[in-house]
Design a protein around this ligand. Structure first.
Ligand code: S3P
Length: 436
């Protein structure tokens, strides 16, 4: 049994709005004709990268902060191509820390046949781009990379359709890049996604009027797609909610409600894990917005959390939540095995290594394996003796803060600016929920 002195978490918050959906809404709105109003977009460093990239392609975008929306005047593929042709100098993009912007924009630019160079920060330059570039090259694009990484240069776009593409890695970014390449080049795309990665792109394409079909694991996007501007409402991001789901499931006497969170089944692996671990989680007010399921989620602590196992098939549905799930496992009775999660090595940091290091400093019994973790609990976490490095990774920063809460000690001040990547109001939400 864990005996925490303080603090508890109580109240209702709206976690950060969905990052994946915001990137996609901006890009599809740019490719559409007419105005799109994106209500409750995530306004954070990553999505700002996508917004700026589209502005550099001539797409008029304005922020209406008072009404929590972004307005995009779609100019369509021809509008973007015409704008770029008139530019005096070649396009150069620096996408900072945003892997999603980079992967999606590589697809879009190669589809539109827009020559450009692309780079990013040190973390982004570590992340593999060959998983997208190789497919685009096979479809006729000419792209040079730096040993499979950024910086890269697009010299020429794709010339053929992307037919019978079977995803080799369980990556929604790869899937979306290929769909955007097809849209940009006005060629058909068929993709087999055996991994069931997040399907926001497919759902949103249908919302924008595309005749996309999904049969089993096969996605079919014909050529000649015309998208029309829409009103798109973005729900909360379950990957941001995840920090409170775990904190609320562990910290005694807490009751946390996360309002208006996206619960698309391709994203809710963490809810299945919480259920298997006997956590007290309830979904209410279920409804659909723009084809996406949404709900309010309430979590309360259980004294009786049980270990579980998470294997390869489940990873794409909870890939960004694995750091905080690892923390949860330290509080469960028994040994939790997480396997098939090699993809964590290619995130903003090598999250197998960084999660292992961070949780070890808090006293967790965690072993890092080639493709996951073995975690035995429950362990009473303690305040680390040495400073804890977040490796510049937003989700590791938030993990550290939730782990600090679980020690029951006063929160140690630390730099938190990199939460701006996905969850700018993380500290404000913490203050809202925290009762000492
Ligand atoms: C994302 C897909 C995932 C996820 C990332 C966002 C997306 O990456 O980790 O935070 O919006 O498509 P992969 O596609 O590389 O798994």
């Amino acid at each position: 049994m864990n005996t925490f002195k303080t603090p508890t978490l109580a109240g209702t918050i709206k976690p950060a709005n969905d990052k994946s959906m915001t990137h996609r809404a901006l890009i599809l709105a740019a490719l559409a004709t007419g105005e799109t109003v994106i209500v409750n977009p995530l306004r954070a460093a990553d999505t700002t990268q996508t917004m700026h990239a589209l502005q550099m392609l001539g797409v008029p975008i304005t922020i209406d902060a008072q009404h929590h929306c972004i307005k995009v005047q779609g100019i369509g593929r021809e509008g973007i191509k015409a704008y770029v042709e008139d530019l005096a100098t070649p396009l150069h993009f620096d996408f900072g820390n945003s892997g999603t912007t980079t992967r999606l924009m590589i697809g879009l630019l190669a589809g539109l046949n827009v020559p450009a160079t692309i780079t990013g920060d040190a973390s982004l330059q570590r992340r593999p781009m060959d998983r997208i570039v190789d497919r685009l090259t096979q479809a006729g694009a000419q792209i040079t990379m730096t040993r499979g990484h950024l910086p890269l240069t697009i010299h020429r776009g794709i010339t053929n359709g992307l037919i019978d593409e079977r995803l080799q890695v369980g990556s929604a970014q790869v899937k979306t890049a290929l769909l955007l390449a097809g849209l940009g080049a006005n060629v058909p795309v068929t993709i087999v996604d055996d991994f069931q990665t997040r399907d926001h792109t497919e759902i949103m394409l249908a919302t924008f009027g595309a005749s996309i079909t999904v049969t089993g694991t096969t996605i079919n996007l014909p050529a000649q797609i015309q998208l029309t501007g829409q009103l798109i409402a973005i729900p909360g991001d379950i990957s941001s909610a995840a920090f409170w789901l775990v904190a609320g499931a562990v910290i005694p006497e807490s009751t946390v409600t996360l309002a208006n969170v996206g619960v698309n089944p391709t994203r809710t692996g963490i809810l299945a894990v919480l259920e298997r671990m006997h956590a007290d989680v309830k979904l209410r007010a279920r409804h659909q917005v723009n084809g996406e399921p949404v709900a309010d989620i309430t979590v309360r602590p259980t004294a009786n959390l049980q270990a579980t196992s998470i294997t390869k098939a489940e990873i794409p549905q909870l890939v960004d939540e694995l750091p905080i799930i690892a923390l949860l496992a330290t509080q469960a009775q028994g040994t939790t095995e997480i396997s098939g999660a090699q993809e964590l090595r290619f995130k903003e940091s090598d999250r197998l290594a960084t999660v292992g290091q961070v949780l070890t400093q808090f006293g967790a019994n965690i072993q890092v394996n080639d493709d996951g973790f073995t975690i035995t609990g429950p362990t009473r976490l303690h305040v680390p003796e040495a400073p804890v490095d977040d490796f510049g990774d937003h989700r590791i920063t938030m993990l550290i803060i939730i782990a600090q809460l679980m020690t029951g000690a006063r929160l140690e001040p630390r730099a938190t600016t990199n939460v701006n990547v996905s969850y700018p109001n993380f500290i404000r939400d913490l203050e809202e929920l925290l009762h000492v």
